[in-house]
Design a protein around this ligand. Structure first.
Ligand code: DP6
Length: 366
């Protein structure tokens, strides 16, 4: 599908006041998205696992308005309290999506939202947050156009979510999601995320992700700046081709269940993301001494026990520890006893692969 397929074309009709509520999960990229061009088009395809425990709940109340102008009127409540900090990012989002959902000017909004993960945990909420908001807006479109197919609903939700935050395109639907065109992945697109199109080997189905909170502070490098650093990066083109090659490999690995090869690709992607930051201009080191200590502990444990444990990293110091269901107990003990002492206040979040976004009853979010 092309960009023009996402422009709302149905006749103008104003709905009475209403509410839509969605839950959207976070996701953790195994093949990293790092580098983009306008409007939110990735320089390489990425692949992520959808998480289950880390999610955003959003309720969008819409009220028809006569005060139509060039801007959209809205208030945001976070954890039941009015919060203006989110307004700039949501305003940018509305501006980017308005040509595809022009009906948004017919209403003013109250957005009520909360996360299931601690607020300052260093876990980015833009993926789950933008995905949940995009789904709420699509529900208004569905009210206006009840004949819309589910397929179009989710594709356009991912398309809109992408315009809010690239990684949000991967939080809309499915357990393993690819965003960005790749010749070996049928239907893949730079415009929206698609579910991994093949059967995944059982070993990857109940995969676990324990997030070790090494640094709960504000991000040192915003993703906007981070992606921009790839623009004149000396290794950019090699990195983008490497990501495409890694996705080719991971495509086969996920089907075959080749976990040893999975570990090599996943850890290499994480370290490459950080290598890109260390070699950009200006340069950044986002790992902390405890990040490295954890990585070495994981490597030693893997060597000693031959267990299939590995790590990945976001654009920060936190470590995601990935492992299959089968080894859950022993690895959990290892995490609690040996890794959590490196976390701030010993804090960590146990998560696992989830199924994607879900509509919510409107009374769940107050
Ligand atoms: C390192 O999706 O946060 O997490 O499109 O500017 O909102 P924007 O960027 P964002 O970038 C995510 C970067 C990453 C890797 C990934 O999730 O693929």
């Amino acid at each position: 599908m092309e960009t023009t397929d996402f422009i709302y074309k149905n006749p103008e009709r104003i709905l009475p006041s209403g509410v839509s509520s969605w839950k959207s999960p976070s996701n953790i990229a195994l093949i990293k998205y790092w580098g983009k061009v306008n409007p939110q088009i990735p320089k390489n395809p990425s692949l992520s696992l959808t998480l289950d425990a880390c999610a955003t709940y959003t309720k969008l109340e819409y009220y028809p308005t006569e005060e139509k102008g060039n801007s959209i009127l809205f208030d945001v409540y976070f954890d039941s309290e009015k919060n203006d900090n989110f307004k700039p990012k949501i305003t940018i989002f509305f501006n980017r999506i308005k040509e595809y959902v022009p009906f948004i000017f017919d209403y003013k909004y109250v957005i009520r939202t909360r996360n299931t993960f601690p607020h300052s945990s260093g876990i980015a909420s833009s993926a789950s947050g933008m995905s949940a908001l995009a789904l709420c807006i699509m529900q208004i479109e569905k009210e206006l156009n009840p004949l819309m197919t589910d397929e179009y609903f989710y594709k356009k939700a991912s398309f809109l979510a992408r315009l809010g935050s690239g990684s949000a395109a991967r939080s809309v639907k499915g357990s393993v999601v690819i965003w960005g065109e790749h010749k070996e992945i049928s239907e893949s697109s730079d415009l929206y995320g698609v579910e991994f199109p093949k059967e995944i080997h059982p070993i990857f189905k109940n995969f676990h992700d324990t997030i070790l909170l090494v640094d709960k502070g504000q991000k040192q490098v915003s993703s906007t700046l981070g992606h921009r650093l790839m623009e004149n990066h000396p290794y950019a083109e090699n990195r983008f081709s490497q990501a495409r090659r890694n996705l080719s490999e991971l495509n086969k690995i996920l089907q075959k269940g080749a976990i040893k090869e999975f570990i090599k690709i996943v850890e290499s992607e994480a370290l490459t993301l950080h290598a890109m930051m260390m070699t950009s201009n200006p340069y950044f080191i986002l790992m902390q001494p405890n990040t490295l200590a954890i990585i070495h502990k994981i490597w030693n444990f893997r060597k000693e026990t031959k267990m299939n444990i590995c790590f990945t990293l976001d654009a920060g110091a936190n470590v995601h520890v990935l492992y299959p269901e089968k080894d859950k107990e022993q690895i959990n003990n290892f995490i609690v006893n040996e890794l959590t002492p490196y976390c701030q206040n010993n804090q960590y979040i146990c998560d696992r692969i989830g199924e994607g976004s879900k509509p919510l009853a409107n009374d769940i979010i107050k």
